[in-house]
Write a protein that binds this ligand. Structure first.
Ligand code: NAP
Ligand code: G4F
Length: 330
């Protein structure tokens, strides 16, 4: 039997890698894309012809229920979110509605349809916020520090309630930062890889950065979507912390990326005070033991290999003049 997977946020970074993985596994892949964001489908590049796109407002419970009823998906991956954290301060309510509202409406649609659909919720290490325990695991308390993280906590608990009260097979992947050549350039890894490539090719001579001492657990998006899929294949619905377990500073990230093209980063990088975050926390790093043990999951791509891949891809894009076109990438 061909399995149907329904994905919200299919036009984002993870949507691309997850679609590619599921297509390789011969799923029927259906993306729910709001009518006013149909132009984003072009970001899927060649994959756009291999998935089905339904135009559905994620704010409309009736339309979502109809889509679920009609498609009867075996799996739902709820990935949609305005995922750039600083933006959530500009419109906390819109963040809450998209993140929590979409999760709630989809979970209710599955429950009311009486389906055995397995549900994945895209949770975030940002939910841990101001931690007093490092590394974090599935038992670490949530202390969200921004509207994005607070909305993700609400969505997470809504998912847990549907699992506990209604017996849905619903899981949360509490994912740490994961990156790829498809990361938009406002996120730090891609900003750096694009900046390095621009400087190497003589297109710019300076890179303005925020906090160089901030630290993150950076992994590869292709590895992390594999964990999402494995969670929904498990015998029991459970939540998992997914990350590499390794902490690197932004300074290390920059030095590693510049080293890919044999440049000394300190000649080009300046700190721009406007990019510093007031709510910064430094020790968000995963203990992914449970995922390793239960899901046999572990990251395949190292921090250095990830950055080399991203810098190389941006060099290629800039040389061919396709820096902002749809992609087909590894
Ligand atoms: P992404 O690249 O930013 O993709 C976000 C998706 O949500 C896109 O399809 C985007 O549509 C859609 N979206 C954004 N704002 C929207 C709005 N106002 N209305 C409707 N749709 C909207 O994010 P990602 O990196 O793939 O992450 C996938 C999920 O995992 C997100 O929920 C994110 O919060 C979560 N997560 C990500 C990471 C990470 O490091 N990447 C870590 C933990 C959790 P457009 O393409 O039209 O913009
Ligand atoms: O790349 P970032 O903007 O990602 P951030 O805020 O950690 O959020 C990402 O990961 C979360 C998982 O932990 C997701 F939930 C979320 O949706 C998103 O995918 O910033 C990473 C770090 C921060 O500490 C930031 O202060 O890099 C630091 N940084 C330093 N200079 C910078 C810059 N970040 C950006 N974006 N731009 C800079 O110039």
């Amino acid at each position: 039997m061909v399995k149907t997977a329904l994905i919200t946020g299919i036009t984002g970074q993870d949507g691309y890698y997850l679609s590619r993985l599921l297509l390789e596994k011969h799923y029927r892949v259906v993306g729910l894309v709001p009518p006013n964001r149909q132009s984003s489908v072009a970001k899927l590049g060649a994959l756009a012809d291999q998935v089905e796109i339904y135009s559905v407002a994620l704010t409309d419970p009736v339309a979502l229920a109809e889509a679920v009823e009609q498609l009867q998906p075996q799996e739902i991956y709820n990935l949609t979110a305005p995922s750039f954290v600083p933006d959530s301060w500009k419109d906390p309510l819109a963040t809450l509605d998209l993140v929590t509202g979409t999760a709630t409406r989809l979970l209710d649609a599955v429950r009311q349809a009486g389906l055995a659909t397995r549900f994945y919720q895209a949770s975030s290490s940002e939910m841990f916020g101001q931690v007093d325990q490092s590394p974090q695991d599935e038992n670490t308390p949530f202390r969200p520090m921004n509207p994005y993280a607070a909305a993700k906590v609400h969505a997470h608990w809504t998912m847990v309630h549907h699992r506990q009260r209604y017996g849905l097979f619903a899981c949360s992947g509490i994912l740490y930062n994961h990156e790829s050549p498809l990361r938009p350039p406002n996120f730090v890894t891609r900003k750096v890889s694009l900046g390095v490539a621009s400087i190497k090719l003589g297109l710019s001579d300076q890179l303005e950065m925020g906090n160089l001492d901030a630290k993150r657990d950076w992994g590869y998006a292709g590895d992390h979507v594999e964990a999402m899929w494995r969670m929904l294949q498990a015998d029991e619905p459970e939540d998992y912390v997914i990350g590499t377990g390794q902490l690197h500073s932004v300074r290390e990230l920059i030095a590693t990326a510049f080293a890919c093209v044999d440049l000394d980063w300190s000649r080009y990088v300046v700190v721009e005070p406007g990019l510093l975050r007031s709510d910064e926390h430094f020790h968000l790093v995963a203990n992914p033991s449970k995922a390793k043990q239960n899901l046999d999951w572990q990251p395949q791509i190292s921090f250095e290999a990830l950055l080399a891949k991203m810098v190389q891809r941006d060099m290629d894009r800039l040389k061919s003049g396709t820096a902002s076109s749809p992609l087909s990438v590894n």
